[in-house]
Design a protein around this ligand. Structure first.
Ligand code: NAP
Length: 248
């Protein structure tokens, strides 16, 4: 492993939660990682310091991935610093619970731009380099609600279903260019995103899950490492659930 040249990854929304675990696992698995965040400067800096102190090559970049100008700046920084991009993990996302009749146009735009437009903007930039390298991997983080639909999470489900269509179509389009595109559809994973759920809600979700537990950030990150590796070179266009059997 040590003699193998390190690859370069960008993980969007990796200051906290699932993205933080993905960025850390990739760093431990021979990737130089650009950790992206929108607001959590202090937390991102602490993560960078920790990983660098452990001997890994990581950096942080503040960019709102729903904004094309900021995405362009992030990719410019990555190419200037690391010279290429081998792996893009589109992980940044926000959630929104409530009745569809209460959702405002502004909330719709914010959620769709953050969860779905960001995948388009970042993938487009990464593909510029990947197509000329004739190699690269894109991994999109969708949700089991994008597959099954979640009541009172209609906009979130729509954004995540959009990612699924995007993944399948893009995999067909760029497969001949040597690029793999897959999506991971997590179930209930304990992060800040789950904070609004009470202990009772979490117990009920565990009861509905065949494996009788909620997921961890490690459950998702280990699949990212596999999908990023050469071991998964014949896998593309797939939506892989990490949900303990909640949605099959
Ligand atoms: P989280 O703990 O709330 O973390 C969200 C991350 O996204 C943070 O790093 C945040 O950055 C970043 N982010 C949000 N908006 C951004 C923007 N516009 N530009 C750049 N970064 C932005 O969420 P999580 O639970 O880890 O979720 C990560 C992904 O997994 C999301 O796409 C989510 O939909 C998906 N997912 C989560 C679950 C679950 O149960 N947790 C289940 C299925 C799918 P700041 O720290 O700067 O705010």
């Amino acid at each position: 492993m040590e003699n193998k040249e390190k690859k370069v990854a960008i993980v969007t929304g990796s200051s906290r939660g699932i993205g933080k675990e993905i960025a850390s696992e990739l760093a431990r698995n021979n990737y130089k990682v650009l950790i992206n965040y929108k607001k959590s400067q202090r937390i991102a800096s602490k993560l960078k310091e920790k990983l660098i102190s452990e001997g890994y090559d990581v950096d942080i970049f503040k960019a709102d991935v729903s904004k094309s100008k900021e995405v362009d700046e992030m990719f410019r920084y990555c190419l200037e610093k690391y010279g290429t991009i081998d792996l893009l993990v589109n992980n940044a996302g926000v959630s929104l619970e409530g009745l569809i009749t209460d959702v405002t146009e502004k909330e719709w735009d914010n959620l769709i731009d953050t969860n779905l437009k960001s995948v388009f903007l970042c993938s487009k930039k990464a593909l510029n380099t990947m197509i000329s390298n004739h190699s690269g991997k894109i991994i999109n983080i969708t949700s089991m609600w994008g597959v099954a639909g979640g009541s009172c999470e209609v906009v979130y489900s729509a954004s995540k279903a959009g990612i699924i269509g995007f993944t399948k179509a893009l995999a067909k389009e760029v497969g001949p260019s040597g690029i793999n595109v897959n999506a991971i559809a997590p179930g209930v994973i304990m992060t800040d995103m789950m904070e609004k759920f009470s202990d009772k809600d979490i117990m009920a979700l565990k009861d509905e899950t065949p494996l009788m537990r909620v997921g961890s950030t490690e459950d998702v990150a280990s699949l990212v490492v596999y999908l990023a590796s050469e071991k998964s070179d014949f896998i593309t266009g797939q939506i892989i659930g990490v949900n303990g059997g909640f949605v099959i």
